[in-house]
Design a protein around this ligand. Structure first.
Ligand SMILES: Nc1ncnc2c1ncn2[C@@H]1O[C@H](COP(=O)(O)OP(=O)(O)OP(=O)(O)O)[C@@H](O)[C@H]1O
Ligand SMILES: [Mg+2]
Length: 245
């Protein structure tokens, strides 16, 4: 059983998580906790296992050893409905999130699942699509959008549900500089309990998050304030986190 220090109010606790695909072990004993109010970056080279770790947090993949708690709920099949109501999760590939005939219906989908009336769901979805400059495309399918527009439509669908925990996998992929800036402002203005973002976009992520976890060789190798981490050139180089070259 995991001990909880109530003073620190952990929202996510990962305890000795082990996960692999077939014969290959990817996560080899991951432990960390994220407390209420924290904004955290998940860093690490391509293929390090960041997406695999995030998938485990929302129970898309289940630990082979160890356990994950989301507040007082253990991540296991019987709790997944409740856990997913708390977490807004953006896939690295936004196409995994957009499957309705139109993006308006995509953004309404989660709201309707929460028994919100069709009229209110439509109002909220249209409000978010407008915020993401997508209202003129509301009746198009995601297949007819650009890569960046798909990313924004998926984010609109996530934020529509007012999640208390936000987990985003490479959210700036495909976004132009103006959108990277606007998305930063949107995220900084949200009132959520915890934000965890996997990103290779180092200049962007340092504006959004304060704590950095570096995943490498199946373990969290570094857990530090980003203000300190970004001063440590040798550490950054070791984990292939180049701010410039
Ligand atoms: N469904 C799968 N089946 C088998 N191996 C997989 C599967 N998904 C990912 N992998 C492997 O697991 C490892 C970790 O992948 P993952 O997508 O978690 O990395 P990542 O850190 O998110 O990388 P990136 O920065 O490219 O997004 C990689 O070696 C990848 O090839
Ligand atoms: Mg990934």
């Amino acid at each position: 059983m995991i001990k909880i220090n109530h003073q620190e109010q952990p929202i996510i606790i990962v305890n000795n998580l082990v996960f692999g695909y077939e014969k290959k072990l990817i996560l080899q004993g991951i432990s960390f906790s994220l407390n209420r109010g924290e904004r955290v970056a998940l860093l690490g080279k391509t293929g390090a296992g960041k997406s695999t770790l995030l998938d485990n947090l929302i129970g898309l993949k289940l630990p082979q050893q160890g356990e994950i708690m989301i507040e007082d709920l253990k991540v296991e099949n019987s709790n997944l409905n409740q856990i997913r109501k708390k977490i807004g999760f953006a896939f690295q590939n936004p196409e995994h999130q957009l499957f309705m005939p139109t993006i308006l219906e995509d953004v309404m989908f989660g709201l309707l699942n929460y028994q919100i009336s069709p009229q209110k769901a439509k109002e909220k979805a249209r409000f978010l699509l407008a915020e993401f400059d997508l209202i003129e495309y509301e009746n198009r399918s995601a297949h007819e959008l650009s890569g960046g527009q798909k990313r924004l439509a998926a984010l609109a669908g996530i934020l529509a549900l007012d999640p208390s925990i936000l987990i985003l996998d490479e959210p700036t992929n495909g976004l132009d500089p103006a959108w990277r800036k606007k998305l930063a402002q949107i995220l900084l203005n949200l009132s959520v309990e915890v934000i965890l973002i996997a990103s290779h976009d180092l200049h962007w992520i340092r504006k959004i998050t304060a704590r950095g976890l570096i995943l490498d060789q199946g373990k969290i190798q570094v857990d530090q304030p980003l203000s300190e981490l970004f001063k440590q050139e040798k550490t950054l180089e070791k984990y292939r986190l180049f701010l410039d070259w």
